[in-house]
Design a binder for this molecule. Sequence first.
Ligand SMILES: [Zn+2]
Length: 222
Amino acid sequence: MANGRYRPGECLDCTPFSLGHRRYRCWNRKGHGETEVTKALAVSCNGFFFASFDHDTVLGTVELALRSGYTFVEGESPRLAPDVLIHGDGLKITPVDQARLIAGIVPGVHSPNVKGPPVPFTDPVALAEIRRGMEAAVTDGSGKICRIAGFPVAGKTGSWKGSRWFACYAPADNPRFVVVAYTKGGSIHGGVEVCRRFFLSYLHGQGITVASGRKSRRHRLR
Ligand SMILES: [Zn+2]
């Protein structure tokens, strides 16, 4: 969006495709069909992001990642064109730095105590789309387990080599918390479940009772 290659509302096709020797497909085998960015963020549609990445965008993304606190994984190199970068390929970030990155996306005034490299997200249109996508992930997407009545959470799920994470902020319209949680193995929703428990515990401490909508027994942590 910042370099004008994608405009909000445009749809990209999530159909699997091959590039070089590698096959790219969404976690959803059938694909999500024509998808725009808010939905792609909400349902974590890899196909959308593969389809939107050309050579320059991949290089730009790696450069942005390095400026934002990501570092190279020793012994691995990020896979660049003609291949497409997949999150986690050769790049890593600590949970604290990822939380700081999310803090740079949220609306509102930031605490001066947040230390680290400056967060390079400045395009207000792109920021609005990212926030909308993260809100939709919890209202009706991959982070649905963290949907709490009266306490809107916005976040993004991710998984890589058996770790499942969730990076989120809340309340979505006037954020007070940024929480990043990782779990190793277990339920695909591990990180989301940890965040849900964190927020419920906070609300409980504030004397606020939340109607327990979704039972999370199926997603018990290991
Ligand atoms: Zn998809």
